[in-house]
Design a protein around this ligand. Structure first.
Ligand code: 5GP
Length: 208
């Protein structure tokens, strides 16, 4: 029996650059798969169905929630986002790692369901830096900006749920660090030991 794949969760406060880092990770090919999320938000120009997201109506999404088809889901800026559970399960069963890039409420749900997954928190270089980015995003009112900042501060407090923190000072460096974390996770004694234990058991059985 082959070893189960790892479930890797990349999350962090909104505005920290999770999407950019995730795209950079997959740009040059990696030996883990990306879990394409479902969303009820409108497709942005350039986005492709089944590549960026599976786009659903609000009703379709709510039906999927009821049918238990989602590993986690969250409402973010009035739209649903969620992870189809089947692809995650099948990929892990095939012995392949699967990578989720999701916001913090979803990551918390995964932590409750699958605590042994690998949780990586993408953090801003500083809280001030994140607040500058949230302010600089566009044309929102002071009220909306204030709300976003309050939310980002709460999201940063969720860091305690994670195994590793990677500061997003520079995308290439963050990508390198995330790949290194995944590699080290595979070398953890608990994971490697299992393989050797099985081999020893098989040898002993043959010798009987
Ligand atoms: P965007 O609309 O910019 O593509 O994504 C908005 C936010 O939703 C980002 O923070 C992204 O990480 C998060 N997100 C994308 N897919 C999922 C998902 O399947 N579940 C959850 N909980 N969040 C998601």
């Amino acid at each position: 029996m082959s070893e189960k794949g790892l479930l890797i969760v990349l999350s962090g406060p909104s505005g920290v650059g999770k999407g950019t880092v995730r795209k950079a990770i997959f740009k040059n090919g990696v030996d883990f798969e990306y879990s394409i999320s479902m969303t009820s938000r409108n497709k942005r120009s350039g986005e492709i169905e089944g590549v960026d997201y599976f786009f659903k109506t609000r009703e379709e999404f709510e039906e999927l929630i009821e049918q238990g088809e989602l590993l986690e889901y969250a409402k973010y800026v009035d739209n649903y986002y969620g992870t189809p559970v089947r692809h995650v399960r099948d990929t892990m069963d095939r012995g392949k790692d699967i990578f989720l890039e999701i916001e913090v409420q979803g990551a918390e749900q995964v932590k409750n369901k699958i605590p042994e997954a690998l949780f990586i928190f993408l953090a801003p270089p500083s809280i001030l830096d994140l607040e500058c980015r949230l302010k600089g995003r566009g044309t929102e009112s002071d009220e909306v900006i204030k709300e976003r900042i309050a939310k980002a501060r709460k999201e940063i407090q969720m860091m305690y749920l994670y195994d590793y923190v990677v500061e997003n000072n520079e995308v290439d460096l963050a990508v390198e660090r995330i790949k290194a974390i995944i590699q080290s996770e595979h070398l953890k004694r608990e994971r490697v030991e299992m393989k050797y234990r099985r081999a020893l058991l098989e040898l002993e059985e043959e010798e009987i």
